[in-house]
Design a protein around this ligand. Structure first.
Ligand SMILES: Cc1cn([C@H]2C[C@H](O)[C@@H](COP(=O)(O)OP(=O)(O)O[C@H]3O[C@@H](C)C(=O)[C@@H](O)[C@H]3O)O2)c(=O)[nH]c1=O
Length: 181
């Protein structure tokens, strides 16, 4: 695997080595030793999640607060998404900045998102299957988020808001600026 830093502190792109032959392909979707050697980060994942979505679905921006903060290793098993993460760690040199990357089932690129980030993705192909590892358990009482079209963050999702399919919960998420009031 090749791990490259993103412009956001502690956030990395992981490109697995894909082995293709007449049967199909094989790759290591996570290798803790290689990840730690290349990033210096020791992460212990405890929960794996998977979701399926239609084109135009936007999930996010989500994070869990306090002791339930989660680092995530995200990837696409089938289809394609625009994945976005935001550094919301007060005091971080990249606080308030976001990073976007296309994840798909061709390159099999992954994104490592540290604790203290908000995360969301826009689905670019029908029947996309998205999966991710988390280093902390789901805790509904700690769920929080930021509205996807927040003016301060100014994320270019590349699709008009009117074409997006968003849960009611996500349509009512707060503004970034109100998180720190
Ligand atoms: C995230 C999660 C949800 N659920 C339940 C709660 C709810 O009834 C149902 C659907 O939850 P949601 O609508 O929050 O699912 P979704 O919008 O896909 O939430 C996910 O979005 C992306 C962007 C992330 O970064 C994830 O961490 C997670 O927040 O699944 C769990 O049981 N465990 C979990 O870990």
């Amino acid at each position: 695997m090749t791990i490259t830093p993103t412009p956001l502190k502690d956030c990395y792109i992981i490109q697995p080595q894909i082995f293709e032959d007449e049967r199909g392909y094989f790759f290591e979707s996570f290798n803790q030793r290689d990840f730690e050697e290349q990033t210096g980060i020791r992460v212990d994942f405890v929960q794996d999640n998977q979701s399926q979505s239609s084109k135009g679905v936007l999930r996010g921006l989500h994070f869990q607060k306090g002791a339930f903060a989660q680092a995530k290793l995200v990837r696409v098993v089938k289809g394609k998404v625009l994945d976005v993460c935001v550094d919301i760690r007060k005091g971080s040199p990249t606080f308030g900045q976001h990073f976007s990357v296309v994840l798909d089932d061709i390159e099999h690129k992954q994104l490592y998102i540290p604790r203290g980030f908000a995360h969301g993705f826009l689905v670019l192909e029908n029947d996309t299957i998205f999966t991710y590892k988390c280093d902390n358990y789901y805790n509904s009482a700690s769920e929080s988020g930021i509205i996807f079209n927040d003016r301060t963050l100014n994320i270019d999702w590349g699709m008009p808001d009117s074409q997006l399919i968003i849960s009611e919960k996500d349509q009512n998420l707060p503004l970034f600026d109100t998180l720190y009031m």
